[in-house]
Ligand binder design. Structure first.
Ligand code: B12
Length: 291
């Protein structure tokens, strides 16, 4: 295959095997570079096509960058650098195996919370922004979400903590009418890793069910509610009021994209807010110490 350059020069695209030969690595290594976004490539006519100029960035061991010679970036997010951006490329193209490889790299370099907070969460926020401004279709966004849910499902068991547990239970739920499940799962997993017993009811929890669940738990330390869309904020306020009534003295925290800051959470009656799952753990820890 001939790749056209803006300067009207033509460059012969390399196969995976040829690229492996140039780089002095196994062809499976080149394949992994492609699937994890380190090496831009186009899949066409049943095989990968690699621009020879892109090999340099792998040879230098650097992260992929847009070509310095001014030729257009043809391969989208594969040129981006961070784990989140590379994950974005895999999720929006429906590449489940590649997405898992990126998750695995972050897992090995840091841990499961790095995959959540450093890779998946920023990546999902970008996906939301791209959907909102029309760069992604609803189908693209749904497909990406399914893959993200799969990764979250695989990582979940890694958050279990052996040994001493912290006293008390934490009840977590998404506000009624809010379908966003991943934030509730992430907050839940990080709390479990911190030694808390979490009762996680998932997304879209009917108000009466939520209140009944809170009322039935003797050891409740705190309640966390997640509100993903602005349209659920009023319901979030009702849920906070219902929970305060059913469990006076048990703090109810609120978070999620519909709640931009502490003031917004307090405005609907919540006792606290955090920007992310790590902040949520901090809030719950403070309840544990009576602060
Ligand atoms: C995936 C997704 C969906 C999926 C959810 C599938 C599923 N099973 O979860 C689907 C396709 C169903 C969906 C639907 C909709 N979505 Co949507 N969705 C998203 C997306 C892309 C990712 C959500 C996610 O998982 N984020 C990753 C998590 C980790 O980030 P997070 O939510 O911010 O959570 C972190 C913190 O907020 C915090 N946190 C969260 N909860 C809590 C709770 C407590 C107590 C604390 C302390 C902290 C805390 O910790 C979390 C981890 O760090 C977001 C984009 C985004 N910005 O997140 C849009 C987004 C949330 N969706 C949005 C919208 C508008 C919708 C729809 C209304 C679209 C529509 N017109 O139909 C519908 C909802 C319909 C309904 N019934 O109401 C908007 C909401 C904007 C707003 N302020 O209202 C967003 C922000 C996209 C955007 N940029 O506009 N969506």
């Amino acid at each position: 295959m001939i790749l056209m350059e803006p300067a009207e020069a033509t460059v012969e695209a390399l196969t995976i095997e040829q690229a492996a030969h140039h780089l002095g690595v196994h062809y499976m290594t080149v394949y992994r570079y492609i699937r994890t976004g380190r090496l831009p490539a186009e899949y066409r006519d049943g095989r990968w096509h690699i621009h020879p100029g892109d090999l340099a960035q792998v040879q230098k061991g650097g992260r992929p960058r847009p070509p310095a010679d001014g030729r257009p970036v043809r391969r989208g997010p594969a040129t981006a650098g961070s784990g989140a951006e590379r994950m974005l490329g895999r999720l929006v193209t429906g590449d489940s195996a590649g997405a898992w490889l990126i998750a695995e790299q972050s897992l090995l370099a840091g841990g499961p919370d790095d995959v959540y907070l450093g890779v998946l969460a920023p990546c999902l926020r970008t996906i939301g922004d791209m959907w909102a401004d029309g760069r992604l279709t609803v189908a693209d966004e749904h497909r990406a979400t399914v893959l993200a849910l799969g990764i979250v499902g695989r990582l979940g068991p890694l958050f279990g903590r052996r040994g001493r547990r912290r006293p008390g239970q934490v009840l977590l739920a998404g506000v009624e009418g809010d379908p966003h499940a991943i934030p509730v799962i992430m907050v839940s997993d990080l709390l479990r890793a911190d030694g808390y017993e979490v009762v996680q009811l998932g997304a879209d929890v009917p108000l009466d069910t939520l209140v009944a669940s809170a009322a039935s738990r003797a050891q409740l330390l705190a309640i966390g509610l997640s509100a993903g869309t602005t349209r659920t904020l009023e319901r979030a306020g009702k849920a906070v009021a219902g929970l305060h009534h059913a469990r006076p003295g048990v703090p109810v925290f609120l978070g999620g994209p519909a709640v931009p800051d502490e003031a917004a959470a307090r405005a609907v009656g919540a006792d606290g807010w955090a920007a992310d799952a790590a902040g949520a753990v901090e809030l719950i820890r403070q309840c544990g110490t009576g602060r």
